[in-house]
Design a protein around this ligand. Structure first.
Ligand SMILES: [Zn+2]
Length: 238
């Protein structure tokens, strides 16, 4: 057995902890497969456990990552009532098994949960513990974002554009049609974590584009962190 700092060709997988670019490799193991120390056990994008091969002085992951850029997830939410309930947790009405698919910590796991929630009628996304808000951007467009304040306490998004604050006990946002939530049994007295805000919007269908599982997404960036873009899907002129 020999150990050495060896370059790792990740083949697009998200395997390296920050600030690391080489791993330690144990060779001469009984199975013949190199053992890699210092990389993640599974890819933070695709959730696969890598198979390593040694070649020309470097260790390579055998198969390429299907999501080398991470994953941008788009879903749509119907809002016929023109009223959005905006909060962190709506699992009292819209609940899915977070462990049904890939690890929720991976980009693929987040995409699967977001799509399963959307199928039930809830726009959902992980935001870590950033306490973001729903901010107006245009007439029918919004963002879920966490602004920062500069040295003069000037926020990177105007306070008056904030339509709803999202406390993050669940580390997520959950947004649904308010009447749909009530029709499915939602009740202020039964609601789970966090308070909620009802925001008036133009009735219609809204596209949510979730960015929090993109490769290199920084929850604690020095500028506004935008978790999701929200815009009304234009309806054909009648
Ligand atoms: Zn991968």
């Amino acid at each position: 057995m020999a150990t050495d700092q060896t370059p790792l060709n990740t083949n697009g997988h998200d395997l390296m902890p920050r600030r690391a670019d080489a791993v330690q490799v144990l060779t001469g193991t009984r199975s013949g497969e190199p053992i890699v120390i210092g990389a993640r056990f599974s890819c933070a994008s695709c959730d696969q456990t890598p198979t390593y091969v040694l070649r020309e002085g470097a260790v390579h992951v055998q198969d390429p990552c299907p999501y080398p850029m991470g994953i941008t997830t788009e879903i749509t939410l119907d809002v016929p009532s023109g009223k959005l309930i905006v909060t962190d947790d709506l699992r009292d009405v819209y609940d899915v098994d977070f462990d049904a698919g890939a690890n929720y910590g991976s980009a693929l796991g987040k995409k699967q949960v977001i799509e399963a929630m959307a199928a039930l009628g809830c726009a959902f996304g992980n935001v870590n513990n950033t306490c973001p808000g729903l901010y107006r951007q245009g007439a029918n467009s919004y963002v879920i974002a966490a602004p920062v304040r500069d040295d003069n306490d000037v926020p990177s998004l105007p306070d008056e554009a904030c339509l709803a604050e999202i406390s993050t006990e669940l580390w997520a946002y959950s947004i649904a049609d308010f009447d749909d939530w009530k029709a499915k049994g939602g009740h202020p007295g039964n609601k789970l974590l966090g308070k909620y805000t009802v925001v008036d919007v133009t009735p219609g269908t809204y596209k949510f584009t979730y960015h929090g599982a993109e490769r290199g997404f920084d929850h604690h960036a020095a500028d506004t962190v935008v978790f999701a873009h929200i815009e009304r899907v234009p309806t054909p002129a009648s």
